[in-house]
Write a protein that binds this ligand. Structure first.
Ligand code: GCU
Length: 680
């Protein structure tokens, strides 16, 4: 008797009107017009089979599973099973081409899936000539998106906290989205993410409100339905949980992590989670942070707190992601001894080595909070005996809220390539090997997924940079452009490519030019964080001050005369940042308070730099808008129209920023613009 032939898992159908992002049908043409053999068994192999079968249906190729037709000539072989599984691991693959056959081999099913998407990315090129065997393995094993999605609409934050892409893909008005069409869209989302390399998703907000807390127990079935939809694309589901769950959900008098009943409660609750979701990824915890409960209530350390959850997850192979975003959010602005930038290091560095083996400390890439420009957090290099995940923010809370174009690949890449101990030490990307790269998601139920269609590039880059943190962001962008816009199918591919690079490549620096200057941060409107308000947070409890007065601006974080924050860095950075003479211009006001007449390395004074960059920034937006308008004949009309509309708002916003900032500093300093432009 022969074994039944496994059947392909059908490719989820994109709901009508939803943008295909980087998986438009056309990118499957090279694959779909050829003959492919797929060898191996398992659910993800069925997914691969379904993808190839779908492409062949469309483009006339053929796919066979296993050796139904031994000896038939194939153009492509996708094969599970490797002589040396250690070489490729669960997620790596090898690709080679000889004698007219392209061969992708993987030791694990996920590896085969990533190999398939590699073939899709390369298109025709992977079917030409000869190719010596290349091995591709992800540098980071955890490549994750955190959704700040609320289950119930929050009175202030709405359905998605800091979400600029409509509602949640997973939740609506207090319930999981459970219709067939909604789950189909989640499947499509998983497919997109897998094609960029993402393998984990946390499905609810780190601020765990009452409704969300119940996901861990009574409502775990709703999480399981999401996990089922994401699983065929190799994505594990994680859940944000409240540290107070034993009290709130379990009725215990305490959530003290050293209490035996608390320990047992977590163990039992976790057992039930795994009964519902056998491949559950683990917990994400925001503790003692911005009002969330945590171990400080019981006089315990954050290692104690993390370890009780880690112990509960350990028998099942789960991980706890414990956030390092702990600081005093009720600071007195008059108190100059407290520096929010110092907080994460002060709390966590002394705990190095105390976290359990399946506990990961998740650290924001900068010491404050996802500003347009920050130095790398000193925590990342200070805890060699702790698994570190680096957290970045794809949702553009402080970078234009997906109304402004701000391609963040270069920012993230700078952070990932930074070497906390100098040129001879490991990079941030190396240091994240133990914990991974995690991005706050920028997606929602918007038909373009990300509100601004060009913000899809940021989502794509998360997965690609997690796979290879040292990748050139320009190459990642070029790849995204090829997949998303399929230039070869347009009448003028060269104009399309150069136009897209022109509007995206430098857009982060453009945004930086017209917003808060020289790394000082904030200056946003309080609460929603959109638009300028120079003193919006200046007298608030949040610890985000710029200290502008009539003589100068910036935060003195030196060891010699300031808060001592520079001392949290190893050499050479502690020394580089310590002095305004050596501190890079773009971070000057993060580290130093200087007079407006201070001369930068660029040769400009600080005040003239502020004026110039703000005028330049607006001009750059005007240019970008013009370039985008000129691409109308080459870009899908719906996509073009949406971005055009957003460019209007970006230009309005950039002018608003320019005039606020320039006027504020002109009035404060009394120094006129050397070029006599109009300042209000
Ligand atoms: C920022 C953001 C909050 C979020 C917090 C976090 O402060 O404004 O909405 O909850 O980061 O990262 O937890």
């Amino acid at each position: 008797m022969t074994a039944p032939v496994p059947s392909p898992a059908p490719v989820p159908a994109l709901p009508s009107g939803v943008d295909p992002a980087w998986l438009p049908p056309a990118v499957f043409r090279p694959l779909g017009s050829r003959r492919t053999l797929i060898a191996g068994t398992g659910p993800l192999v069925d997914t691969v089979h379904g993808e190839v079968a779908g492409a062949c249906d469309r483009f006339g190729g053929r796919v066979v599973r296993d050796a139904q037709e031994p000896g038939a000539p194939y153009d492509l072989v996708l094969e599970l099973g490797e002589d040396d599984p250690n070489e490729l691991g669960a997620e790596g693959f090898a690709v080679e081409r000889a004698g007219g056959v392209t061969r992708v081999t993987a030791a694990g099913q996920r590896g085969l899936l990533y190999g398939l998407f590699h073939v899709v990315r390369l298109g025709e090129a992977v079917f030409q000539g000869e190719l010596a065997r290349e091995v591709h393995c992800p540098a980071l094993s955890l490549r994750m998106l955190d959704h700040w999605d609320n289950v119930a609409v929050h009175p202030v934050m709405g359905q998605v906290e800091r979400g600029y892409s409509g509602g949640s893909l997973f939740w609506q008005d207090g319930r999981a989205r459970g219709s067939r069409a909604e789950l189909e869209r989640v499947r499509c989302y998983g497919r997109l993410l897998a094609a960029s390399g993402i393998n984990a998703v946390a499905v609810n907000n780190v601020n765990v409100h009452e409704t969300e807390a119940h996901l861990l127990t009574a409502r775990i079935g709703e999480v399981a339905a999401i996990a089922d939809a994401l699983r065929p694309y190799g994505i594990r589901t994680h859940l944000s949980v409240s540290f107070a769950a034993p009290v709130v959900l379990g009725g215990l008098p305490t959530a003290d992590p050293l209490d035996e009943a608390v320990r047992d409660w977590w163990a039992e609750a976790t057992g039930r989670v795994y009964a519902a979701i056998p491949d559950f990824g683990g917990y994400l915890v925001k503790a003692d942070s911005e009002g969330q409960p945590g171990p400080f209530t019981y006089g315990r350390s954050h290692a104690n707190g993390a370890n009780v959850l880690a112990a509960a997850l350990a028998p099942y192979g789960g991980t706890v992601h414990w956030r390092a975003f702990v600081y005093d959010h009720r600071q007195d602005w008059r108190d100059r001894s407290t520096d929010r930038a110092r907080a994460a290091y002060d709390h966590f560095a002394p705990l190095d080595g105390e976290f359990g083996p399946n506990a990961v400390l998740q650290v924001k890439h900068g010491p404050i909070d996802f500003q347009t420009r920050e130095p790398v957090s000193p925590v990342i290099g200070a805890m060699p005996n702790t698994r570190i995940a680096v957290e970045i923010q794809a949702t553009q809370e402080y970078t234009g809220q997906q109304r402004h174009v701000c391609w963040l690949g270069p920012m993230w890449s700078e952070a990932l390539r930074f070497r906390p101990e100098g040129a001879d030490g490991p990079s941030v990307g190396d240091l994240a090997r133990g914990g991974g790269l995690v991005a706050v998601s920028n997606t929602g139920d918007d038909p373009f997924w990300t509100g601004h269609p060009l913000a899809q590039a940021n989502l794509y880059a998360v997965g690609r940079l997690a796979w290879r943190p040292d990748a050139d962001p320009r190459a990642v962008l070029a790849e995204w452009i090829e997949l998303t816009f399929v230039p070869e199918e347009t009448p003028d591919p060269a104009r399309l490519r150069s136009g897209l690079h022109a509007v995206l490549d430098g857009s982060w620096r453009t945004y930086e030019k017209y917003t808060a200057p020289l790394g000082v941060g904030f200056m946003v409107q309080p609460g929603h964080h959109y638009g300028p308000s120079v003193d919006g947070y200046e007298y608030s409890p949040w610890g985000t001050y710029h200290f502008a007065d009539r003589d100068g601006i910036g935060v003195d974080r030196s060891q010699a005369t300031g808060t001592g924050f520079t001392g949290q860095y190893a050499k050479p950075w502690a020394e580089v940042y310590e002095s305004p003479e050596t501190c890079p211009d773009e971070l000057l006001l993060f580290f130093h308070h200087v007079p407006y007449g201070h001369v930068l390395h660029s040769g400009e004074t600080v005040i003239q730099h502020i004026y110039d960059t703000h005028f330049d920034g607006v001009e750059e937006v005007e240019d970008a808008r013009r370039v985008w308008a000129g691409l109308a004949d080459l870009v899908d009309p719906a996509r073009h129209a949406r971005a055009t509309e957003r460019y209007e708002e970006q230009l309005r916003g950039a002018r608003e920023w320019r005039d606020h900032i320039n006027t504020y500093f002109f009035r404060k300093s009394g120094v006129p613009d050397a070029r006599r432009r109009r300042i209000h």
